[in-house]
Design a protein around this ligand. Sequence first.
Ligand code: MGD
Ligand code: MGD
Ligand code: SF4
Ligand code: MO
Length: 692
Amino acid sequence: MNAPAEFARAVCPHDCPDTCAMRVTVENGRAIKVSGDPDHPPTQGVLCTKVTRYAERVHHPKRLTQPMKRVGRKGEGRFEPISWDAATRIAAERLGEIAQRAPEAILPYSYAGTMGLVQGDSIAQRFFHTLGASRLDRTICAAAGAAGLRYTFGSSLGMLAEYFAESEVILIWGANPIASNLHFWTRAQEAKRNGAKLIAIDPYRSLTAEKCHQHIALKPGTDGALALGMMHLLITEERLDHDYIAAHTHGFEALKARALTYTPARVAAICGIEEQVVVDLARLYASTRKAAIRMNYGLQRVRGGGNAVRAIACLPALTGAWRERAGGVLLSSSGWAPVDANALQRPDLIPGWPQHQPRIVNMNQIGDALTHTDDAAFGPKIEAIVVYNSNPVAVAPESAKVAAGFAREDLFTIVLEQFQTDTADYADLLLPATTQLEHLDVHKSYGHTHVMANLPAIAPVGEARPNTEIFRCIARAMGLIEPALFESDEDVAAQAFDWSDPALGGADWAALKREGWLKLDIPDAPFANGGFRTPTGKCEFHSEALAQAGLDPLPDYLPPHESADGSPELAARYPLAMISPPARNFLNSTFVNVESLRATEGEPHVDLHPADAARREIADGDEVRVFNDRGSMRARARVTDRARSGLVVGLSIWWKKLAPDGRNANEVTSQALTDLGGSATFYDCLVEVERA
Ligand SMILES: Nc1nc2c(c(=O)[nH]1)N[C@H]1C(S)=C(S)[C@@H](COP(=O)(O)OP(=O)(O)OC[C@H]3O[C@@H](n4cnc5c(=O)[nH]c(N)nc54)[C@H](O)[C@@H]3O)O[C@H]1N2
Ligand SMILES: Nc1nc2c(c(=O)[nH]1)N[C@H]1C(S)=C(S)[C@@H](COP(=O)(O)OP(=O)(O)OC[C@H]3O[C@@H](n4cnc5c(=O)[nH]c(N)nc54)[C@H](O)[C@@H]3O)O[C@H]1N2
Ligand code: SF4
Ligand SMILES: [Mo]
């Protein structure tokens, strides 16, 4: 299974469920080509279009190659080069001074620029923990779904991706795999060729939805109601697996009572679809046990996202689909990997831990957090922010507030980056980071069940350094002596997993490094005989843990924060629901600066339904302004019934400075949180559109 020696072996670092194995061709110290590893079963030799261009990104003329110090105004993006010594000295002095006085005034801000466990959050977290800095709740993407799964299955667990190829019915729910989960789409097409029926559940006719047999275009944020309506029919039409329910679930009678209130007529009204569609969907779903659901994160970026995931996650236990390896549900498989987060991140390094618990700042509310004035509830004002693996000025909601926060003259900002992003423009210190081809890492996946090793293929470009090395240098310059801060990347990688876990089959880091990847040992049909990781060991329809947290123990439908049901006054002023899911050629805001990929996306667009366009005298190709009380952005209108009526779709996430008006969709998105997990609500956003 090993790649021939002339290729260096790497792992795609991006925030994508597929976690591909890559082969890197190197000539004269330059990466000239990356390709998909044909030997790695999930990758099957294929990378997506974006990452096929990875070498172009690594050796891009605008790669940051030297540490820099701001010389212009914040946000202006004018810098001058300085030495690493000077840069680490400035960082150490400022952070050291604040840490002595008010450690919680320091905030790390990071997400998944790389999914690597080493360059993601290892030395970085240890460093901030040692200082006693504020902690960041990393909730911008998946926290609602993760909470929904945790309260239902006990962890982020699900069907094994390869067996979707054998499914007879596949619901592609809040997911657009052609853009964002390509290797799952390959399996779904295999199933389709074998006669499976594919149904997309998505308010938008995405690239994926148009290729399915059926597309159910419900209103955004109403998925919980649809799942409860399906349950209603499974119950009233006696399509249940009573043995499975009795043996492996908890709280059926309570769930039944709840589901019976969701009649098809009520659900149809909530979701904005025909009653017959609900009935047919439930019947089709129950027609085979090889019924598989590929949920994805698109459906949980709304107020009721956690509950919606929970409701959908209950379905396979009702019909007994879990008995088949080709049946069940997958949102995330990341819980299968025995990651040792405590060893990697060392929360025990926090001074006074566990009695003293530094405050937690939710990353979705970074706009509020940075613009807080003295406020007893919030605690010390944030005086320093250190950004790595993220581009908050482009990706965080309510961008005007985020930018205002980063523009504060009294905020000390360090940004570790590969490129001069929108966020980098606000840095006091801009530090060049290596890419995946230049550093070591170890990966799990949230879309398959392999763990993987990434070895450096080339030397760092210019003076770039791995995140880990940058934090080691700052720690040293601050005079910190905690040994865990100075462990090598190899040492850290070796601690990434609990190697005694049976899923790893006795392997260790040396073996993983040698082989490149390792398939976790998990039963083909993981819940055929129960084995959920909840307190009861069952699939928890009713969750005592939720009840104890003062929350609804049963899944329910919660109307979006911003909707005619949730906020009628707001809906009267801003009648259109806006969603801004990923564009196929970008990966969040990564790759927007790769010219060939940006050229394929063209310019910022918004899709709106012909009826909504006509009412506003907007023609296809018109320049329009999308706005609400939080802000506005401009885009080119595409008048199309891909968007259901009442919906506006702006594929994202553009770098603001590469958009004609210097703005993107996050001008209008809100900092409100989801029901469970404190996740972002990017797709819970009312707007109006007018001709510009
Ligand atoms: N090409 C590409 N791939 C990516 C990314 C990227 O930016 N570009 N991003 C990566 C990341 S970080 C993530 S989290 C994933 C995201 O990818 P997915 O998990 O697939 O989620 P989204 O793309 O946000 O949304 C998927 C679909 O859900 C639909 N949707 C929106 N609101 C609702 C709703 O309320 N209900 C339902 N049923 N559907 C809804 C959207 O129209 C969209 O077509 O993809 C990863 N892969
Ligand atoms: N409107 C709207 N907003 C959204 C979303 C949406 O669908 N709509 N999606 C949301 C979702 S799902 C997510 S996950 C977030 C994503 O938000 P982010 O995690 O911020 O993702 P990116 O925008 O890709 O930015 C990652 C940055 O990390 C840098 N990077 C990569 N590797 C390294 C490294 O090794 N070291 C350092 N120092 N830097 C590195 C890259 O150059 C890039 O600029 O955005 C969210 N924002
Ligand atoms: S972004 Fe996803 S599909 Fe593309 S190469 Fe990386 S892991 Fe594979
Ligand atoms: Mo994400």
